[in-house]
Write a protein that binds this ligand. Structure first.
Ligand code: URA
Length: 209
């Protein structure tokens, strides 16, 4: 069964408070999301495999460890996922980045995929799908189905904030996917916004309405 990890590190929670605050402007919001993404990447990569190597320090030869070279792929869901991507790349600079574009059909309210571009070797990569707001779970669910259809085998989902409804959808549809959150909020409102949430992540990142 997929696990849900709420990363309640004090630095993450402190920054998340200012991200939520409606008086935080676009520039600061973007910087804070970027910082939280990097801090979350630090936590998410705790279990990356390591291997032993031997090096020469200025003093002696010593055995030490390096990453075992597991290939990582980041897959931000457009457009809000882009706001977390650079922060993660600062810690995992060799990661490849795929993009998935989803929009919500105003008639059916169902997410539709309008763009997908992925690294050619996704089946060999540990993929981190990035969706800052896991609300109904529709976009993340569809994006993960799409990645699996194209051969992805190992997927994690990284979000800033989730509603219980979205988490349930992912747990039910993708029990193999671990979910990493900065916060689990109370609920969705009638317009599909997470409560208390932070508003529209894309609009706040890019200063649109
Ligand atoms: N998407 C957002 O950007 N915010 C929400 O609260 C829900 C979905």
């Amino acid at each position: 069964m997929g696990n849900v990890f709420v990363l309640d590190h004090p630095l993450i929670q402190h920054k998340l408070t200012y991200i939520r605050d409606k008086n935080t402007g676009t520039k600061e919001f973007r910087e804070l999301v970027d910082e939280v993404a990097a801090l979350m990447a630090f936590e998410i990569t705790r279990d990356l495999p390591m291997e032993e190597t031997t090096i020469q320090t200025p003093v002696v030869e010593t055995k030490t460890k390096v990453l075992a070279g597991k290939k990582i792929g980041l897959v931000p869901i457009l457009r809000a996922g882009l706001g977390m991507t650079e922060g993660i790349l600062r810690l995992i600079p060799a990661a490849r980045v795929g993009h998935v574009g989803m929009y919500r059909d105003p008639e059916t309210m169902q997410p539709e995929e309008y763009f997908i571009k992925l690294p050619s070797d996704i089946e060999e990569r540990e993929l981190i799908v990035i969706d800052p707001m896991l609300a109904t779970g529709g976009s993340a669910n569809d994006a993960i189905h799409s990645l699996k259809k194209r051969g992805a085998k190992q997927i994690r989902l990284m979000c800033l904030i989730a509603a219980p409804e979205g988490v349930e959808v992912i747990k039910k549809e993708h029990p193999d996917v671990d979910i990493y959150l900065a916060a689990m909020d109370e609920k969705l409102d009638d317009h599909g916004y997470i409560v208390p949430g932070l508003g529209d992540a894309g609009d706040r990142l890019y200063g649109t309405k």
